[in-house]
Design a protein around this ligand. Structure first.
Ligand SMILES: *Cc1c(COP(=O)(O)O)cnc(C)c1O
Length: 424
């Protein structure tokens, strides 16, 4: 191996010199390959299959363009994400609009733009939508978000009858659901397609999805056989795990897709469901592993128990360690062959004791000016970045065929002042 880490054939030292640090670096080929893999493996002979990229994981115009090029639909959760998708030229019919508290303005923007599908999250939203649609022409498809009482996060999932999640209507509130669907059917312009559920994030267990789909299958059967309500579409959400460190062993994508399609086919057959179409919404698992963050090493210090290595970013460009105790792997990217002899704590430069990117990792001895690469930061890194401590947001570069392209320029100090036009 060379001493300097390369991404898509380009040395990270060259990228640091050209674009500065901190820097989000994406292997574009890896993103596109992942999109193609989802399209290839999420397939059924019985059901029509559709893949939505959950854009909140990493929402910039260039990502939207890649999703479009690879024939993925998009899931957006706000007027801002919708605006980004439309600006990138995405067909509004391929956009699915989520969110538990869409504002009247956001709903209006979505209808105005001709967004294909709204995912209605609660009864109040459903009633507002009916009222809004009765005032206008046009058509919108609707999926109703239900809560199957399965919540999954990393290595655990639980099944409960009483779910206090802020998202979706509990499947146990059958009467409210039936009443709302009746309202939909009485409202011109609303086409009720079926249901949506999303059980969590960074899920490693196939059984979690099998359980979710079995519960949803029984729920669909009851609605169909008791109330004559036919759901033609079922969106089972995202949350598919990725590998952050060697401790993570995500379900390989072919098996994951097969688990979901087989479980849905089985429910259709078992209950004689009217189901025709299934959807999934991967976010993290499309972009996380294609991205890394490159930092420059600054000062170091030795305490009684720790060797600290400080980098020129931190929780402002990656909040996940502070927010979820998320674990990451890293390397000193210009010393790839040096023996890793120093037990190191990698900390950021923000004014918070919790601004630690990696609690403990073995690294080679290094010095100021070295480059540190933190892997698998492609999802929920840039998209959750903040201006905390007035740090300008880093640039984003995409690498493909040995060529680097800046897709988001580094913010300047002047950018930080934008909008501060004080009223007099
Ligand atoms: C966040 C979210 C996703 C994507 O989750 P990932 O963990 O990034 O795959 C999909 N659907 C809904 C409704 C979500 O809220």
């Amino acid at each position: 191996m060379e001493d300097v880490l390369r991404i898509g054939g380009v040395g990270v030292d060259v990228l640091a010199a050209t674009y500065g640090t901190p820097l989000y670096i994406y292997d574009q080929h890896a993103i596109e390959e992942r999109m193609e893999d989802y399209r290839r493996y999420f397939h059924s002979d019985v059901l029509h299959c559709e893949v939505l990229y959950a854009s909140k994981a990493f929402c910039i115009q260039e990502m939207m363009r890649l999703a479009k090029r690879h024939d993925l639909s998009l899931d957006v959760v706000s007027g801002g994400e919708l605006y980004t998708a439309l600006a990138a030229g995405v067909d509004p019919k391929r956009i699915y609009f989520h969110g538990n508290n869409k504002s009247p303005r956001e709903i209006e923007e979505a209808l105005q733009a001709g967004v294909g599908t709204l995912i209605v999250d609660n009864v109040m939203e459903g009633e507002c939508l009916c009222a809004q649609m009765s005032q206008r022409t046009g058509e919108v498809h609707v999926l109703l978000r239900v809560n199957p009482g399965v919540t999954a996060h990393t290595h655990e999932y639980i099944v409960t009858a009483h779910d206090d999640s802020k998202f979706g209507i509990s499947i146990h509130e059958q009467e409210a659901i039936v009443r709302l669907i009746e309202r939909f059917s009485q409202t011109a312009g609303i086409v009720f397609d079926g249901f949506h559920a999303h059980i969590g994030s960074q899920i490693f267990e196939r059984e979690a999805f099998e359980t979710e789909i079995a519960i949803l299958g029984r729920f669909l059967a009851e609605l169909q056989h008791t109330y004559g309500i036919e759901a033609h579409s079922l969106d089972v959400g995202g949350g598919f795990a990725v590998r952050y460190t060697d401790a993570d062993a995500p379900i390989p994508l072919p098996q994951l897709c097969q688990t979901i399609t087989a479980a849905c086919e089985r429910q259709k057959q078992l209950h004689g469901l009217a189901l025709e179409r299934i959807l999934i919404e991967p976010g993290r698992s499309i972009v996380a592993q294609a991205g890394l963050t490159l930092y420059t090493v600054g000062f170091q210090k030795q305490t009684a128990h720790r060797h600290y290595l400080f980098v020129d970013g931190g929780m402002s460009d990656n909040i996940r360690p502070a927010l979820y105790q998320a674990a990451y792997a890293c390397d000193v990217a210009n010393r790839m062959n040096d023996p890793k002899t120093v037990r190191t704590c990698v900390a950021g430069k923000c004014c918070e004791s919790g601004d630690v990117l990696i609690e403990e990792v073995m690294l080679p001895p290094c010095q100021a000016g070295d480059l540190l690469a933190v892997y698998t930061t492609g999802a929920y890194g840039f998209s959750m970045a903040s201006h905390y401590n007035r740090l300008p947001r880093p640039a984003v570069v995409f690498i493909k065929d040995g060529q680097a392209r800046c897709v988001v320029r580094r913010e300047s100090y002047a950018d930080l002042l934008r909008g501060e036009d004080v009223e007099t």
